[in-house]
Every structure is written in C-alpha cells, then in structure tokens.
Design a protein around this ligand. Sequence first.
Ligand SMILES: Cc1cc2nc3c(=O)[nH]c(=O)nc-3n(C[C@H](O)[C@H](O)[C@H](O)COP(=O)(O)OP(=O)(O)OC[C@H]3O[C@@H](n4cnc5c(N)ncnc54)[C@H](O)[C@@H]3O)c2cc1C
Length: 407
Amino acid sequence: MSFDADLIIVGGGLSGLSAGITAVKEGLNVILLERGEYSGAKNVSGGRMYVHALLKLIPDALERAPLERPITKETFEFYCDNKKKLTISFEEKEKKNSYTVLRAKFDRWLASEAESLGLLISYSTLVLNVYRENGGITLETNRGVLKTPLVIDASGVTSIVFRSLGLRRFTPDKWMLGVKEIVKTDLNLPEDEGEVRTIVGLIKGVKGGGFVYTNKDTLSVGMAVTFDSLPKSEFPAKDLVEGFRERLGIEGEILEYSAHAIPYFGYKNLQQLYAENLIAVGDSAGFLINDGFTIRGMDLAIGSGIIAGLAAKKIIEMKDFTKTNIYYDMLKESFVLKHLELAYSRFELLNKAYVLNTYPEVLCNLLSDMFTVTEERKTLIDDALLRLKEKGISLSQALRDILSVAK
Ligand SMILES: Cc1cc2nc3c(=O)[nH]c(=O)nc-3n(C[C@H](O)[C@H](O)[C@H](O)COP(=O)(O)OP(=O)(O)OC[C@H]3O[C@@H](n4cnc5c(N)ncnc54)[C@H](O)[C@@H]3O)c2cc1C
C-alpha cells in the first residue's frame, strides 16, 4: 500500500508542533493537519509556560519567542468567606523559569518555526474519521483522504484519532472546564517582572480555582473547575469568569473570551497512550498537572511531543509499527511521566470533597484567633485541634493530608 507520508500528526497545538519539529529534524516526511485557520486559533491556556521543555526544542527561544513576561511573583489567595482571606506571596526577581504566553501569538510563531524547518502543515483541515486499512491508518478529512503507517494524535482533550478507533471514550467526568478572559488594563509593572495569582474559595460551590496572570499589557483572568461541580456553582458556567473577575474588582476592556475542556485524569487513571500505528501526546494523552500550586499542560505537551518525534524516527527505521511501546518506554524515563507520578498524591488530595472548602477555613479561623487577644487564650496546637474538630477532621487525617502535599 502506498502512503502519503511517513508520519501524520493530527493537531497543530504545542504537542503536535513539537512532535512535528522533532520529526522533521530527524529527517522524516511528515504532514500535520490542523482544523484551525492557523495554529493558536483554537488553543486555550491560562498562559503560564514553564520553559524547560521549550528550550530543549528551540534552545534560543527566550530571545526569539513571543513571550509576555517572566513570572517573578507568586501569590496564593484563599478566601474563607467574604470577611476572611489568607494571602501568601513570594517574589524572586530575575527568575526566568516560567513566562506568560498568549496562545494565539505563541502557537502561530511555533508553527512558523516548524514550517521553516520543512514541516508541511495543512490548515483548515478537520479530521472527521479514522480507520485501519492494509496495515496502516486512513484519515478522512474535510479536504480529502490521507493514508499513513504512523499517526501522532495531538488533537487535544477530544482525542479524535484514538476515539474514532474505539480506544477512548468521551470522559467529561475526568475533565475540568477552563474559562478565561483577556482584559486590557493598566499594569504598573517593569517589563522584566510578572505575577501569577492563584485564587481558591472566591466562588463558592465549584471544585477548582482561579488565576490572574500578567501579560505585557493585558491580564489573563480565568478559572478551572471540575464539570461535576458546576451544578453547585454560585454562577452558571457562562457567567463564571465574569463573576470571578468582578469579585476581584478587575476592570478593563475584555479583548477575548474562551472556554475549553482540560484533561484531569491523574497519573494512575491515564488512558491508553499508544497502540499499533498510534501515539498520543499532550492533552490527547491526558498529560496535565493541576496540583493546587499550578496548572501545567504546556511543558508536558512540548515534552511529550519531542519524545513522540524521536520515537517515530525509531519506529519508522524499524519498519515495525507494532513497536509504538518504544514511545512509552521513552516517556517513562522522561520528566513527563515522572512529574505526573509525583503530582498524583496532590491530585488525590484535591479530589477529596472537603479539602478546598475546609482547610482554607480552618487556617483562616486559626489565624483570626492568633491575631485576636482577649483574656481567653489557647495554645496554637489546642486551637488547631479545636478548629479541625469543628470541621470533623481528625489530627491524623490532617497530618496525612499535609504529608501528601509534601510528597
Ligand atoms: C483555561 C485553561 C488554562 C490553562 N492554563 C495553563 C497554564 O497556565 N499553564 C499550562 O502549562 N497549561 C495550562 N493549560 C493547559 C494547556 O493549555 C494544555 O495542556 C495544552 O494546550 C495542551 O496542548 P496540546 O497541543 O496537547 O492540545 P491543544 O492546544 O488543545 O491542541 C490541539 C490541536 O488539535 C486541533 N484539533 C482538534 N481536533 C482536530 C481535528 N479533528 N482535526 C484537526 N485538528 C484538530 C485543535 O484545533 C488544536 O489546535 C490550561 C488550559 C485551559 C483550558
């Protein structure tokens, strides 16, 4: 059977482009299919990228990529009720480990890098159906039919290739809803400084949290919450980000609104990552860490894309398309699966119904007691035990939870 390319990549977001760049650098004949008119048109992120994986892909990216601001300040805000709030802030000037990005700009730039290296990208090409045929994979698109022996599914959380072949189900119970606005506002910040605010407890009922990121001259304001908690939310899904922004008192012109599903499986619940002729990367593989401190999908998308491109080269050289486990073996040795595994205990903790509602309140009450002087005074530990007991949490449970954060 004749094939149209050594490798076809479905999806031109960060994972697909990283796989494509790596594969063309390895000398493979690759086609990438993207349904958007350009890369970045359909992609959503809060917008904080840890750049270690990007620097592996493009070593001088810090000088050339359209990065917004380096993150030099981290702020966590826990709202206990409308009277009490706990804030922790940490600053580290000149830090260059993570940057805010705007995907419409960033992905478009990465796609132009890929094209200049020889990657053939077919835009406005929607993959509609996928099936196996004569030892290869046939992809039906709105612009015709393509055949290949190897496909990298980089189509994001909906995972069109694996799903069409019956290897995935739609699993909204394992997804979060991400909603985000870009707000034009006056930022009184030096160019080489940026802030991430992570906010928990401001909107009652939802399981998840919110964020505010500083870009060059805009703010990214958004929330990531589990779908199953939406019926209990103070605001309907369509008004969630607006309600959040208004409560924070952020004003300015709304330049953009977007909503997108976020995979939230956790390491032990990851779905199938490879099959004969097939590899899944990025969100399509479920690679996302949301551990309460930060959301990370972009560095995992780039990292898994690079590994998929390298694995594709080996598989194609061997001419044995049953050997896609090579990809998994390489992933196991990489930061992608190692970091996902490390984050699992925090994933489990955040999934316990009481955690996000109870601990911020216990902490706030404890701090309120600390800063209140009357004739009655308890030791801190007695007060902590009392505040935990009020919420039905034993000391041993609290210690176990603290340990799982530290893991
Ligand atoms: C609100 C929100 C906030 C987030 N915040 C952060 C953050 O601060 N930091 C971070 O690291 N991560 C964050 N993430 C996660 C991050 O955005 C994702 O993990 C990352 O975008 C995954 O990249 P990807 O290339 O795998 O998938 P995607 O970016 O979803 O790309 C998939 C591509 O496939 C294309 N496609 C889909 N179906 C088809 C089809 N049938 N045919 C052809 N093309 C198709 C799409 O158009 C798209 O371009 C956030 C996500 C959301 C939604």
